[in-house]
Design a protein around this ligand. Structure first.
Ligand code: SAM
Length: 283
């Protein structure tokens, strides 16, 4: 929704709130085979990408989300070589993953090629690693890709998808998590964007249950601020079969060999610390 062409607002019905940002101009508006994609130039948040009326990213605060969806999982695995990103068409998560020298291959499975093409045009800073020889791109449904993938062939799966609606709905199901468990190696970790801890406990609570039912013995949610998302507070949920906190390569994270603007070793530990209401809700 735009008002007098001055503001873009995302209304969050379930939270009874809205995020509004002052815009300079609309740069792009396209209905693809999967969704409507809009791009705006804003006054204070740089360029803004909107899919289906929902904020996907802004140039100003996307670094928090992309770093927290990547580095905690990668530093919780002893040797993350093969990584698969489901969704992530804006390529910001890919850029963060490729900062890790241990990574030998990253495959991005994005259902809508137009998202990547528009990211290259309006968010080139996110696409700076797209020509890295370790990166491969498939434009297709991540659910189907996971059904067909070889067992035990992947170390880290990152689900960087839109909200659990439309094409992304199937990415929040027990069937998908069972396929992920098959595809992950013994030490493998699945990480998924899990919405707002304030607004979406009705998603996060059953998500933990479905991940455990799929055979993941260790399920942990981390929290981070995301000003342009509903409630300004977001989360990612990690699942594995090993004690991820014990496996945390803290010295590596502390070494700062991976340039970041939000993530560091202390943030890693703090982000996994769950607030009281959250712990009680899960119990
Ligand atoms: N950070 C954003 C968020 O939290 O809402 C997500 C950004 S990323 C652009 C989301 C991507 O997931 C979109 O490009 C969308 O096309 C893709 N996507 C949705 N469902 C998918 C599926 N089943 N398989 C692969 N990609 C999918």
């Amino acid at each position: 929704m735009t008002d007098n062409e001055q503001w873009f607002s995302e209304i969050c019905a379930e939270g009874g709130s809205a995020f509004s940002v002052k815009i300079r101009e609309k740069l792009h508006d396209e209905q693809t085979g999967f969704q409507r994609i809009e791009v705006f130039a804003t006054e204070k948040f740089g360029n803004l990408m909107v899919i289906g009326g929902r904020v996907m990213l802004t140039a100003r605060d996307n670094f928090i989300y992309h770093e927290m969806l990547s580095h905690p999982a990668l530093f919780s695995h002893p040797s993350p070589e093969q990584v698969v990103i489901i969704g992530g068409g804006d390529c910001g998560t890919l850029r963060e993953v490729l900062k890790h020298g241990r990574v030998t291959g990253v495959l991005q499975v994005e259902i809508d090629e137009r998202v990547t093409r528009l990211a290259e045009e309006f968010f080139p800073e996110l696409c700076i690693s797209n020509n890295d020889p370790r990166a491969r791109f498939v434009f297709g449904d991540g659910i189907e890709w996971m059904q067909a993938a070889a067992p035990g062939s992947v170390d880290i799966i990152i689900v960087d998808s839109t909200d659990p609606l439309g094409p992304a709905e199937g990415l929040y199901t027990g069937a998908f998590y069972r396929d992920c468990r098959q595809v992950l190696g013994e030490q493998g970790i699945l990480v998924q964007q899990s919405e707002s801890p304030l607004y979406h406990m009705d998603l996060i609570n059953p998500l933990h249950g479905k991940l455990r039912a799929a055979g993941f013995t260790e399920v942990r949610t981390l929290f981070f601020p995301q000003p342009s998302y509903p409630s300004g507070w977001w989360s990612a949920t990690l699942a594995g079969r090993r004690n991820m906190s014990a496996a945390f390569r803290e010295e590596d994270a502390r070494s700062n060999r991976i340039p970041t603007r939000y993530y560091n070793a202390a943030i890693h530990r703090a982000a996994f610390t769950a607030p009281e209401f959250f712990q009680q809700a899960l119990e």
